[in-house]
Design a protein around this ligand. Structure first.
Ligand code: ZN
Length: 76
């Protein structure tokens, strides 16, 4: 697929995504599968992955983790 911003090539890669769950809660999902533009570096996350990310975030909330890194592959 082509980058929506610059029409560059999107390469399969991984991204680290920070999520602020609340004022004091910040988690970073690491190694999330993503398409990254080789020209401008824009990241595109596929919808299936987004759904998984939401599940992971729900679990993180339930665990009461306030801050930290969560490995996507382990949590999904
Ligand atoms: Zn681009």
């Amino acid at each position: 697929m082509l980058c929506p911003l610059c029409k560059g090539n999107m390469e399969k890669s991984v991204a680290n995504l920070p999520y602020r769950l609340s004022e004091r809660n910040l988690v970073v999902l690491v190694n999330v599968p993503a398409l990254v533009c080789e020209q401008c570096g824009d990241e595109y996350i596929e919808i299936d992955v987004v759904r998984n990310v939401e599940k992971v975030l729900e679990r993180v909330r339930g665990d009461g983790i306030s801050m930290g890194f969560v490995e996507y592959a382990l949590a999904a």
